[in-house]
Design a protein around this ligand. Sequence first.
Ligand code: ATP
Length: 232
Amino acid sequence: MFELRNITAGYDTGTVLRDVSLTVPDNATVALLGPNGAGKTTLLRVASGLLKPYSGQILVDGVDVTGAAPHQLARKGVIHVPEGRGIFPSLTVADNVLLQSPPGRYRQGLAIATSTFPRLGERARQIAGTMSGGEQQMLALSHAYVGNPHVVLLDEVSMGLAPKIVEEIFEYLTDLGRRGVAQLLVEQYVGQALRMADFVYILDRGRISFAGEPGEISEETIMNSYLGSLSS
Ligand SMILES: Nc1ncnc2c1ncn2[C@@H]1O[C@H](COP(=O)(O)OP(=O)(O)OP(=O)(O)O)[C@@H](O)[C@H]1O
């Protein structure tokens, strides 16, 4: 289980998150939704150790890991897929997988990457930066699952991709969820996120305004809450 407890955090410019608590149970997919600027990316940055919170705690299976560096959290299985594509564009697909695989597990890493996204197998020798945006995102996502993650933090992985590719990527994430990989998903496609998620949190101006199951809230209510938040 992955937990954020009473997190308050921000930047030199001011506090962004106020007393935010959120739990990602084992085997669960949790959607974190909210209007632009609510603090979703900031919350993922705190969760992955990139940004130290002013107060509050981060716990992995009940162990306090607050203050741990990103690579230390990654070693504990907290894997962050940041906005944009986290790949090495000048290297081949195969070399990208090699760099991201745990020591001695390259073959297994390549097998996982190519069995989940056969297109990556076909393109193993291609320079990653010359692939389409969707294929690059598949490569970025495959990295996240190569090393047996405890929880994967996904920041708008559908951003800027064609609807057909977004569908493919959601199918992949749904499948990983079914296989028991815990996921914390920040998404602009509210309907897709609700269909996939076991639990939903809505962040509004740095505070949790809703926490519950997808059946307890409709896409329409969420979209209206975004409009209300942005206009007030
Ligand atoms: N590095 C930074 N330095 C200063 N302020 C920042 C920084 N990153 C984000 N902010 C501010 O923190 C607030 C929350 O931003 P954040 O990116 O976390 O929101 P978000 O919910 O992910 O938004 P979006 O959906 O638009 O990506 C915004 O007011 C933003 O301007």
